[in-house]
Design a binder for this molecule. Sequence first.
Ligand SMILES: *Cc1c(COP(=O)(O)O)cnc(C)c1O
Length: 382
Amino acid sequence: MNVPFHKPYITEEEVASAALQLREGWLTAGSRTVEFERAFRDYVGCGCAVAVNSATAALHLALAAIGLKEDDEVLVPGMTFTATAEVARYFRAWPVLVDIERDTHNIDPDKIEEKITGRTRAIMPMHFAGQPCDMDEICAVAKRHGIAVIEDAAHCMPSWYRGRKVGALGDMTCFSFYATKTMTTGEGGMLCTDNAEWARTAGILRLHGIDRDAWERVNSPRFWQYDVVEAGYKYNTTDIASAIGLVQLKNVETIWEKRKRIAERYGEAFGGRDDINPVAVRPDRVSSWYLYTVDLNLECLSIGRDEFIGLMRDRGIGLSVHFIPLYEFTYYKKLGYDGRDCPNCAWVFDRTVSLPIFPGMTDGEIDYVIGNVTGLLEKNRR
Ligand SMILES: *Cc1c(COP(=O)(O)O)cnc(C)c1O
């Protein structure tokens, strides 16, 4: 049997919606994108939603909206995708690495305050695998220091924190609709905020710094006229993507149920074991189950993370590692970063693997993964 790490969940409904949009003939961002923004805003419960072509673009525009400057600092978890940190470098500002919790892989709220300096402008929590970080604690620290909370919610469609959806918790929330994410438009992203001024800035910067977008202009008498108020970017999405996104959004909880069911099966199989620790989910939050990540208990095993991945691969099962700590990469090393202040990132990195979890997984595939994981663990106990 072959079980890939991921398969996108696209039904005939998405295909029909995209086809309709193509036949209609408006391809770039237009009325369908406005509709998508409104539906998304209403779903997560935020004031404004700005559609862009990636979460990275949304993170970049969020930092632009708060007016990030050279040599400012933003706090990021040491273990995240490079996008969370790289956007600070677009401004020649500095991502400051904060250690994570071993059991949830989320930023450790108790390690944040010690990293705040006079130059800190924002905290950027990343909700690992779709489980929200300790947002009450994070927002309280941010408030005390007058800095923004910009969430990397690339994994969070849908996720809940203390009964509230991710999307209206911090100052700005950035979602991803990248191909492998829980909700996809191929490529895409959304910036959510209650701050209308920030949303306006992001809306202008996403399309060349033009004060009105193509869709607004088409209906006005001086349709040809526009002003450029900034050197903006080319970050707009397309109506083709939004046509797909509207369908994915409508079905987002049905799709989430499918992932949840797989996570529950894994939880039953691995929960009681001493040789493997699934990432812990706190009782007051609900994960999107973007990832099902486990940490091997190396003290019980005669093999390490790499051998485990290799052996699973031999059995036709695709695994992945989330994430390589930022300080491991050449770019960040050259800037002088190291793992000194992030011992838990190193601890997790040594033993973490993510198992296949995608909505179309069959019971046979789930059983095959469970059987091989438990089989390998039993065979390689020390
Ligand atoms: C996927 C991902 C991103 C980037 O999303 P894009 O839409 O591809 O820009 C950012 N942060 C995290 C944690 C991600 O997993």
